[in-house]
Design a protein around this ligand. Sequence first.
Ligand code: SAM
Length: 303
Amino acid sequence: MRNSTVQNRTRNFLLFGHEIAAPVLDPALYLVATPIGNLSDITIRALETLAAADVVAAEDTRVSRVLLSKYGIRQKLVACHEHNEASVSRRLVETVLNGGSVALISDAGTPLVSDPGYRVVQDTIGQGLPVVAIPGPSAVLAALAVSGLPTDGFLFAGFLPAKAKARRDRLAETATAAMTMVFYESPRRLAATLADMADVLGEERMAVVARELTKRFEEVRRGNLRELSFHYKTEGAPKGEVVICVGPAASAAELSEEETDALLAKLAESMPASKAASEASTISGRPKRELYARLLALKENRQ
Ligand code: SAM
């Protein structure tokens, strides 16, 4: 690979009008993070790697061509997306086996994060070859950081299922997580997902919708799930890309099981079960559905 004609092409890139020579890369698979909107959000090391790699594999070559052109990088791009990853992976691994370097990028952000690349990484590791991270932007971290929600621990749940039943089931699995949760979502499904979240996770849960981060119409909307759900139901689907962050089930952790039962029993003395579950959900942060089932079980045990 080192003596092939590929080695004779220029490895330069442009920064503020200056031509910069990229150092030669060691043989490896390089996972290169690229901007999530603002093309200036790219590291020097990412540019060096993209300019110097023997092969650049891109999710959509048309999208990546725009980025590479901005920095004067003349590379032939190989398409690597969810429909051809298995077969392209073999070729990429062979390149590294033969002493070459492969840079893998996705359309935006960090490859493999809800994006192609997992198979290539697995195959590369399987051959005992090095995999190197060239870190940079990712929507999950950008959204979490600006959300104002706790950041000491978080659960990244990627995209929820598109079908309502599966989506609600998945949400129910995360309902008691005592940490901030981050979801990717399409703007078309945003209102329906927020409505399901309000129902399953509790209406009072604090949440944030981060839209078009790093772009011209960047917007960060904060509120509880009831308010956010109402807003997007009323306003309709927003334009652009969105991340949803949901605050931890903090109060749920603060109320013991016995305290939760006592609260439910007390409320149920003066109101119907469904209203009692709803009130308890507001107070405790636990999902209404869970509390309703718990109250019915309590009543049954007492009979
Ligand atoms: N690999 C990317 C990353 O590291 O963030 C994620 C790719 S995933 C296919 C695309 C999703 O990421 C979008 O649907 C949206 O949820 C989120 N996303 C990407 N760019 C964004 C941006 N600029 N603002 C808000 N969300 C964004």
